[in-house]
Ligand binder design. Structure first.
Ligand SMILES: Nc1ncnc2c1ncn2[C@@H]1O[C@H](COP(=O)(O)OP(=O)(O)OP(=O)(O)O)[C@@H](O)[C@H]1O
Length: 272
């Protein structure tokens, strides 16, 4: 059975259709890289997976049940900009999600539970290479370190699904390469299912087990907001020889990756 099942999902804001009839089945421990033109609705899709918004139409199931109405501990998220709390130390930032969760149940963490939480946090800090700065405040850390903290914070609650929205987009190439190693190691260790939005097709190729390309199948130049994007290509990345040549070419291109992968010659119909 799929871990995530998306059925006939559409998202509309007023007259603006952003996503249209998305259908998708994702098994446990897949790493889905999501690419597509700027503004085509990739982040909107992640927000729907997180339950930050409700879909206008269609449904999403997690483990066979409809998604909870609000974000829950089974889904972690990391955004491009560091989402850590500036007034808390590295360790306090890391323990906070667990404290918030337990405070709903018990009021606060104490005794053995508090110690177990600290041990877990220490282990994660070591995994992301931040043990030596556990008592530092985020503003004293580099961008890459802050982002490693954000990743640790997102996975400390052991989510089944990790949502990454351009998590490495603001980092320099050397730091990015190091982050790739860290995220791959954590993905394998924690056995999570990952959805990662990226503008960098090479990054998608490198990290993903599957590449999802979002694009519009229908396009009306007189009403550009009338139709939404859907998944136009869903490609397993274990056998790269089966990939369409235009994708291989786009991935080896050094151009900034913000332009649409398939341009206007892609799989969309142009309506006049
Ligand atoms: N709450 C909202 N209300 C109205 N419009 C919205 C809302 N959320 C998103 N949109 C619109 O949906 C479209 C898709 O936005 P989204 O951020 O999902 O695209 P994206 O593919 O992630 O873009 P980028 O690659 O540039 O980050 C945009 O035109 C945006 O203005």
């Amino acid at each position: 059975m799929s871990l995530i099942a998306v059925r006939n999902l559409s998202q509309t804001y007023g007259d603006h259709t952003v996503l249209e009839r998305i259908n998708l089945e994702v098994a446990e421990q897949e790493f889905c890289a999501i690419v597509g033109a700027s503004g085509c609705g990739k982040s909107t899709f992640l927000r729907l997976l997180l339950s930050e918004e409700k879909p206008s139409r269609g449904e999403i199931h997690l483990d066979g049940a409809p998604l909870a109405d609000e974000p829950t501990a089974d889904r972690g998220v990391v955004f491009q900009r560091y989402s850590v709390f500036p007034h808390l130390t590295v360790m306090e930032n890391l323990i906070l999600p667990l404290e918030i969760r337990s405070s709903r149940l018990l009021g606060r963490l104490f005794g053995a539970q508090r110690r177990a939480t600290k041990d877990k946090a220490e282990h994660l800090l070591e995994r992301v290479g931040l043990s030596h700065v556990r008592d530092a405040y985020p503003k004293t850390l580099s961008g890459g370190m802050q982002q490693r903290l954000a990743i640790a914070q997102a996975i400390i609650s052991k989510p089944k699904v990790l949502l990454l929205d351009e998590p490495f987009g603001a980092l320099d190439p050397g730091t990015r390469a190091r982050m790739h190693e860290i995220i791959l190691a954590l993905w394998q260790e924690e056995k999570m299912t990952v959805f990662m939005v990226t503008h960098d097709l090479k990054e998608g190729f490198k990290l993903g087990t599957r590449l999802l390309v979002f694009d519009k199948l229908r396009w009306d130049p007189h009403a550009p907001e009338a139709y939404g994007a859907t998944i136009t290509y869903d490609l397993p990345l274990d056998d790269r020889r089966s990939l369409p040549p235009e994708l291989i070419e786009a991935a080896s291109n050094e151009e900034p990756p913000h332009k649409p992968i398939f341009g206007n010659e892609g799989p969309r119909d142009v309506l006049h």
